[in-house]
Design a protein around this ligand. Structure first.
Ligand SMILES: C[S@@+](CC[C@H](N)C(=O)[O-])C[C@H]1O[C@@H](n2cnc3c(N)ncnc32)[C@H](O)[C@@H]1O
Length: 305
């Protein structure tokens, strides 16, 4: 359907729909929360997010000053108000509540915070039964490798990577500011009696950046492995742990220019996770395809050099 500047156009959109503008470039994205997002030339109009404390107030916590300074989210004193009232009074799309264990973002009726559950299950299966993780196989991670995860999200893949390269480095890029901040601070403050998990989580460096921009500024061969796991155009229904992230995430498909940059930056390989059906991995130039644990997903590999 053609969109014209200055003309009102009636459209019907469904959850997850992305409509390409013919005179764009712009996309309209309907999030699961029901919010409509306008994305202009890949630049999402940022959500208005405020920050506050729990009803019980802040305990002795020095991290929150650093978090608020870094986030730039306006601080709104709680004053016994409910989160709904705070959101309404400040016409905000979301509110971050600071807890000493890490920030929680409430938005569109959902709740988003860092938790390593998927990584914990995957690493637990490897530690208990030696179950091979297809992501690790596709990336060919060896200890000492440096891994650049270009689509960090909740960081499950980055945590698995960090576990398998304890002497290497893992850097995660995330273009959604809200996701990057919540995950960065959640990872930083993460504690667990399972030392192997805590150490893997705490070692990840989170950077709020769009990956093409970031890759373009890196020297040749500066990471061993460069990895992409973009949002699927149509979500897999069973992919529950990622659902709260969906309404905050950048839904754009991978750009071939980003893959070109990744091939320049990677010393060993570039790996892309995608749905196994369809032609996306071919479009992106992957020569080897490795099946995921769930047969609906696959990893495409491009050997560097
Ligand atoms: C499917 S999730 C990644 C899940 C992640 N692999 C995990 O294990 O939790 C994709 C994430 O990449 C982010 N993203 C999408 N396009 C991006 C881009 N161009 N630059 C940086 N991050 C991007 C999205 O906002 C989203 O959080």
């Amino acid at each position: 359907m053609p969109f014209r500047h200055g003309l009102e156009t009636k459209i019907r959109v469904y959850h997850g729909d992305t409509l390409k503008g013919t005179r764009g470039p712009f996309d309209i994205f309907l999030a699961a929360s029901g919010h409509v997002r306008l994305i202009i030339a890949n630049m999402r109009v940022e959500m208005h997010i405020i920050a506050t404390t729990p009803q019980s107030g802040l305990k002795d916590d020095t991290n929150f000053n650093e978090f608020f300074a870094e986030s730039g989210f306006p601080y709104i004193p709680r004053n016994r108000r409910s989160l709904e009232v705070l959101l309404q009074d400040n016409q905000a799309d979301g509110v971050v509540v600071w807890y000493s264990e890490g920030p929680v973002l409430y938005s569109g009726g959902g709740k988003f915070f860092f938790h390593p559950s998927m990584a914990k299950n995957r690493l637990g299966a490897y530690r208990k039964q030696g179950t091979e993780d297809p992501f690790v196989r596709a990336c060919g991670i060896e200890d000492g490798d440096s891994v650049l995860d270009c689509t960090l999200g909740l960081g499950a893949d980055a945590i698995v990577a960090a576990y398998f390269t304890p002497q290497g480095t893992v850097v995660g890029l995330e273009s959604s500011r809200a996701i990057a901040l919540v995950v960065k601070w959640g990872m930083k403050l993460y504690d667990s009696p399972m030392l192997w998990l805590k150490q893997a989580v705490n070692r990840i460096q989170v950077i709020n950046s769009e990956h093409y921009q970031y890759l373009s500024n890196l020297p040749n061969n500066s990471f061993d492995i460069v990895y992409f796991d973009p949002m699927f155009r149509q979500p897999l229904l069973k992919s529950q742990p990622i659902s709260p992230l969906r309404s905050l995430a950048n839904p754009a498909p991978l750009d071939l220019r980003a893959i070109d940059q990744a091939c320049r930056v990677a010393r060993k390989r570039v790996v892309i996770k995608e749905r196994s059906e369809g032609t996306e991995l071919e479009r992106l130039g992957c020569s080897t395809i490795i099946s995921g644990k769930n047969r609906k997903i696959a990893f495409g590999v491009i050997q560097a050099g």
